[in-house]
Design a protein around this ligand. Sequence first.
Ligand SMILES: [Zn+2]
Ligand SMILES: [Zn+2]
Length: 165
Amino acid sequence: MKMGRPPRPVVNGMTRCPSCSEMKTLADFPKNRWQPMGIASACKSCANAKKRATRAANPEKAHAEYRKQYDTHRDAWLARSKKWHARRKGATISPVDYARILVRDGMVCYLCHKAVAPKQLSYDHVVPLSRGGTHSEDNLKVTHRSCNSRKNAMPLEQYLRRIAA
Ligand SMILES: [Zn+2]
Ligand SMILES: [Zn+2]
């Protein structure tokens, strides 16, 4: 009868990587649903180091494997890349009339709801471009320069939660 390995001890959400002997959080281990705890034995950095070493020892095999992966997932990858490019293109060509945004919003910051002096005037992408927001009038609102830089690329809900805390 084959015996499974005993479950590894977890202390404060940390467990030891047998490969580098360091205590790491469970998120630092690759997922592996065949293992008793759903994580691989060695931590991510050990697994990556091992993968790198295997690749270096046999680059042709690694290339063939990558090629196989590529052939299998090509359509999905191409579709994703196309979508990304389309979004980038949309982000740059959509015309934005800042005067129209000013008329719509007034000189009032949408983050702190206070009046904005012309020197402090800035426009924020409500949904950050890095999170799929568009550079369009719908997604731009009047803010203080200072509020804008404080919010940075955070999604709005996260920012509001943070200033409410
Ligand atoms: Zn390790
Ligand atoms: Zn403000």
